[in-house]
Design a protein around this ligand. Structure first.
Ligand code: NAD
Ligand code: MG
Length: 297
């Protein structure tokens, strides 16, 4: 991050007012949100920490994945970015920012709940970047449902396919390409540890991602590959205003959950993703890093 003179109070460093009520159909466009989430577009400053790396980022058009993608490019990595075709408008902005950072970007839209697509995504990334040494898997689906018995089988399947199955499909396809020193970062959630009663399917997928990350790390350590996860707390993103939270929870989103009294912005997660992708974290694997505003994991 750009270093500013003087200390900054974390309670007021980013947006800390009530949010306006707003709703979009999933997956939504963050460029139409009020306020637009801060993904570090104006603030993230790189220092060559991922110089020459070739990284696939899913969910890279918006929110946390976008913040990671911007930071990776400014740290010197070439990127393949994945998102849904409906999100092209947000993704174009990310692609332009990667190019402005002087890095290569390959745009590969498509649906991660499709096994065949996951495999193609990896092969195209490998071909078009001329290699692959990092995976940052951020895409996710979250749909709040008040009563457990009302969770439809369709929602249950989709949520598991996107949040959990796609990790198996993408990483299985990537494994033959990944050299020693490659790094994988998944995205779990505080929901794995402190599930909300209206997010039982989603929280179950996020707990699965913790076990997945730890088990896979044990298996691939012998190949010199590290696997870690980031567990975000309440972060202001399109996920939340497209059904991730009930509409009435949006104005005070994050205020009572976080001990800092506000929701986080995606920009506040970027340096954790960079650390876990870079070889600065060479002795860190099978770990879950919380960026939660103080909610305990
Ligand atoms: P976001 O809506 O900006 O990003 C989620 C992305 O997932 C979308 O942009 C979309 O590209 C992708 N996606 C969804 N369905 C897909 C599909 N079928 N195929 C391909 N891509 C698909 O929201 P975000 O909050 O930045 O979410 C990123 C990750 O962070 C998710 O895994 C989410 O579970 C996790 N997370 C978010 C919060 C939070 O408070 N926002 C908290 C904990 C964890
Ligand atoms: Mg999006």
């Amino acid at each position: 991050m750009k270093h500013q003179e003087g200390l900054q109070d974390p309670k007021t460093k980013y947006y800390h007012q009530d949010y306006a009520k707003q709703r979009q159909p999933a997956p939504g466009l963050q460029s139409r949100m009020d306020p637009v989430p801060d993904c570090g577009e104006k603030s993230y400053e790189g220092h060559g920490r991922l110089s020459g790396r070739k990284i696939l980022v899913t969910g890279a058009d918006s929110g946390i994945g976008r913040a990671a993608a911007i930071a990776y490019a400014r740290e010197g990595a070439d990127l393949a970015i994945n998102y849904l075709p409906e999100e092209e408008e947000d993704a174009k902005q990310v692609a332009a920012l990667v190019q402005e950072a002087g890095r290569k970007v390959v745009c590969l839209p498509g649906d991660l709940s499709d096994e065949h697509f996951c495999k193609q995504l990896v092969e195209k990334t490998h071909q078009q970047l001329g290699g692959l040494d990092g995976l940052t898997l951020v895409a996710g689906k979250q749909t709040a449902v008040e009563r457990f018995c009302d969770i439809s089988t369709e929602q249950l399947k989709k949520t598991f396919e996107i949040n959990v199955f796609s990790l198996f499909w993408v990483i299985q396809a990537a494994m033959p390409h990944l050299p020693a020193g490659a790094t994988i970062v998944t995205t779990s959630s505080v929901q794995a540890y402190e599930p909300s009663p209206n997010l039982i399917d989603y929280a179950s997928t996020k707990a699965a991602i913790v076990a997945f990350t730890q088990g896979l790390a044990k298996q691939v350590a012998a190949k010199g590959i590290r696997v870690n996860s980031v567990a975000p707390g309440p972060i202001w993103t399109a996920l939340e205003i497209t059904g991730g939270q009930p509409a009435e929870a949006i104005p005070k989103f994050g205020q009572s959950e976080s001990i800092l009294g506000r929701a986080g912005q995606p920009a506040e997660l970027a340096s954790t993703y960079v650390f876990l992708m870079s070889d600065e974290s060479s002795y860190v694997t099978a770990q879950v890093y919380g960026v939660t505003g103080g909610i305990l994991l």
